[in-house]
Each structure stands twice: as structure tokens, then as C-alpha cells.
Design a protein around this ligand. Sequence first.
Ligand code: EPS
Length: 395
Amino acid sequence: MIRILTAGESHGKALVGIIEGIPAGLEISVEYINFHLKRRQMGYGRGGRMRIESDEVEIISGVRFGKTLGSPIALMIKNRDWGNWKSKMSIEEIDDVIEKITVPRPGHADLAGYFKYGFDDIRDVIERASARETAIRVACCSIARKLLEEMGIFIGSHVVQIGYVKVEDRNKLDKKIQKLIHKPKGALEVSLSADESEVRCLDKSVEKKMKEVIKNAMKNGDTVGGVFEVIVTGLPIGLGSYVQWDRRLDGLLAQVIMSIQAVKGVEIGPAFENATKFGSEVHDEIFVKNGKIYRKTNRAGGIEGGMTNGQPIVLRVAMKPISTVIKGLNSVDLKKLKPVKSRYERSDFCAVPSASIIAESVIAPVIANAVLEKFGGDSLKELKKNYKGAIFALW
Ligand code: EPS
């Protein structure tokens, strides 16, 4: 089974990651991984760090002549900014006096991390709690994503809300999405189209308003969050299982989505809207055509009983506004136990577009694991042979 571990501090020398469990014989290149790393760095509202970094992966092990060996794949991304942080982030003890941070930012890991690990400097929390970690996570997950693409499973995402500005014409947007996901690259087409927008929104009529909200937040020394959707197409019926709680695919997907920094909510399909309706209005009725099962709607978000039902998976994700707020919030100096305004640490004003790329990435190993669990295979060739028994629905 696929496992991923990452390490690295935001301003340390490098971020490193290991992904294990990828079958042998999968073609993978630095270019493929870098393509997704670049996408993660984009988006209107990012802070100064993204002007310093140009994330590029180095493959350290597990790949030979462009193909995976089935052995653990080790990856590294160097932090360019480390050059400016060498003494502040020194591995060895140093003589310089480094100012300690003792004022936590409300909403960040600062306060709980400081007490949990018994630190006297919040810098020790900030460095690993930072969303910078997602760069190496995206790199590792991209390899699982490539595996899925070999099986015809594609992942995409798009932003539907920034702050209070929402997509206005949902029917029009759904029609656009339907057109895109029926192309050969399925949900990936949604992403490629969304990538053309600085806020990754497919609805051009609200794009400007979304940028305006972010611009206002910047002007006011504030931050904004939002909502995005992740779609997966090309799925066979029966990934995941209802027979044991920890094999339910919706639960497993929710866990990885919730592990993304600043994500505070996830729904499978329009779950909260479904909760306001009657059962007869919610459940996707079942039809048959030329011996194939199909549905006219997908309010279940592609998952019933913890298993894929042959429809695209649709996840909706809520990201809170980033907790580093320039104008400052009420906080307390933990050393002096005196009320003060929270201090500013360079950050983003809005990272919703970036989070949507991270979400695309982190679900890939979960789905790949479900594929490997059902079909098995130590090599891509073996997996593809076993995959011939997969059952697909019309969608
Ligand atoms: C990030 C790098 C960070 C932040 C951001 C994400 O860089 P720095 O801290 O040097 O500005 O821009 O991290 C956070 C939002 C956070 O809360 O830690 C990145 O590479 O995505």
C-alpha cells in the first residue's frame, strides 16, 4: 500500500519526502512533478515567498531510466529562502542572539504547539506547521496521480467561492463542467481550464469580483478564505468498502483533505444542501441503457456506502482565511502574560487556488490505494491486467 512521509521546515535547507508502494514500471519524470509544483505556487493573493521560490523536485531514489522500481521513491525540494535564514534556522548551536517569538497568531498552530512541545520560541512551531510542507506533499502525491492517470482516472478542481463572492450561475457552471469531464482527460480538463484563471474559477463573470475581494483584503492587511470543488473521473464501481469503518472511501478522503493546512470543512457532493431536502429530492435514481447502469444526477458525490458508485467523485472543501493577519488580532505575550496585538509573519492573503491543487494531489494516494487494494499488482503491467475486470457505469 502507498505510504507517504514528509520532513522539512519552511525555512530549512530543503523539504524531503518518501513515497512507498508505487508499483514498478510507472513512467515518471521530474517535468511531470514540476508541472504540479508550479500549479501549487500560482494564484492571486499569494505572499512574497512565492516570488523567492521556484519549486523544483530532485528525485533521489526509486526511479531508474524514467520508470519506478517498486522501491521507496525519495524526493527533495530545496528551499531557496534558506539562504536568508541560515543562522535563524541553524542545525548547530550558534552564538548569535536570535529574537524569540512569544506572541501567538490566533488561528495558527502557534499557541497549542508552544505549550504542547514546551518551546520558548514560537518559531519552533511555525516552521513545521507552515503550509510550505505541502510543496513536498504535492511532489510525492503526483506520482500516485500519474499511476491513476495510467488507469484512466483523472483528478481536477476549481474554485467556487472567495470570501463572500460565490459563483452566480450554478446551472451554467455545471453544464460547463459536464462538457469538460466528458473529454478524454476527464476531470483534468476542469483543472486545465481553471488554471487559466488567477483565482481558478470557471465562471468568468465572478472572477473579477473574487480578485477584488482579495485585493481589498491585501489593502486592509487582512486575509480571505473560500470554497473549492475537487472532481475525480474514470472511476470503476466498488473502490472502498462498507464492510469496515476504516475502509470507507469517503472517510479516508475526508481525512486527507482535512490534513491540508487551513482547511476546516469537507463535504461529499452538496452534503449540507442535501440536508435541507427530502430524500426523494436527494437520492440519485438509477436507470439502465444498453445493459449499463446510469444516473441523471450526482448528489451523492460519487460515493454510496463508502464505495465509488461509478459516478465522478465530487468533494467540496472550505478553507478558512489564513490566520496571519497583518493588521493584528488580540493576543497575549506568552512570556510576559500581557495582552498585545499578534505579530506579523510574512504569509499569503489568499491561498484558496493553491489549496485546490493541494487537494487534487493529496487524494491521489488514497484513490490509488483503493485501486491497488481491489485490483492488486506489483508492477503497472500486472495492475493493468487485473484492472481488465473493472466494472464501469455510464455517467
Ligand atoms: C508557503 C510558504 C510560506 C507561506 C505559506 C505557504 O512561506 P513564508 O512563511 O516564508 O512566507 O507563504 O504558509 C502559510 C500560509 C502558513 O500559514 O504558514 C508555501 O510554500 O505554500
